[in-house]
Design a protein around this ligand. Sequence first.
Ligand SMILES: Cc1cc2nc3c(=O)[nH]c(=O)nc-3n(C[C@H](O)[C@H](O)[C@H](O)COP(=O)(O)O)c2cc1C
Length: 222
Amino acid sequence: MQNDTCSRREFLKRTARYSTLALSALLFGADLAAAFGRESGRSTAILYATRYGATKQTAGWIGEGMASKPDLVDIEQVSTETVLDRYDRVIVGSGIWIGGAHEKVLEFFGAENARLEEKLAATFIVCGSVNGTEAGMAHARRYLSAMHAPLRAEPPISRAFGGRLAIEELSDEDVNALREFYHSILHKEMSGWDRRNPDPAKRFGMELSRKPSPQRAEEAPL
Ligand SMILES: Cc1cc2nc3c(=O)[nH]c(=O)nc-3n(C[C@H](O)[C@H](O)[C@H](O)COP(=O)(O)O)c2cc1C
């Protein structure tokens, strides 16, 4: 009976703690993954911006490659300021649409470029230009430079990964924009493709775990 009372008390204590956490996560516009990340003492977040899922998936593969598992956080679901308060380091990834990264990533880099000098561990993009050609890689480098433009300094490490185009999933607006692009720039019919590959993303995660951040070389790897 005594035990029963104790475990019930313990249960109530725990549920109260977690519901407070969930409530504050909602109030501050943070998602639960981020909130529980703080609770579990994790200090790295992969903040990703996606429209159709390939960037989220790539963020997951990068995380799989990392020795210490990061939290995956959707930039559209959180206040980026809260993410910086909460995590020691952030890795930021974006899809590329009509030549550019997600506007929230650019806003974040501009608004927080001072704090990001210390906390930004890496960036990555997911796009169609990773297609095995030199011209494609040159495009990818340009997308990365444009994404980094609002920062004060280049991030320590960056990478471009192949994404996916599934025509049937696209919004009407995106179908029209792409149809125009294929027609007037590429001079061919629009068609879907899939350039996703978990292996380079996992290797990138492993690389991040080996590479100490330049500002904090004495610290444990990511
Ligand atoms: C409307 C639209 C525009 C795109 N523009 C580009 C582009 O300019 N350059 C490129 O390399 N890939 C481009 N892509 C391919 C995307 O980068 C690719 O689909 C990627 O997987 C998007 O990330 P997401 O799946 O996380 O949304 C475009 C895709 C869409 C739907």
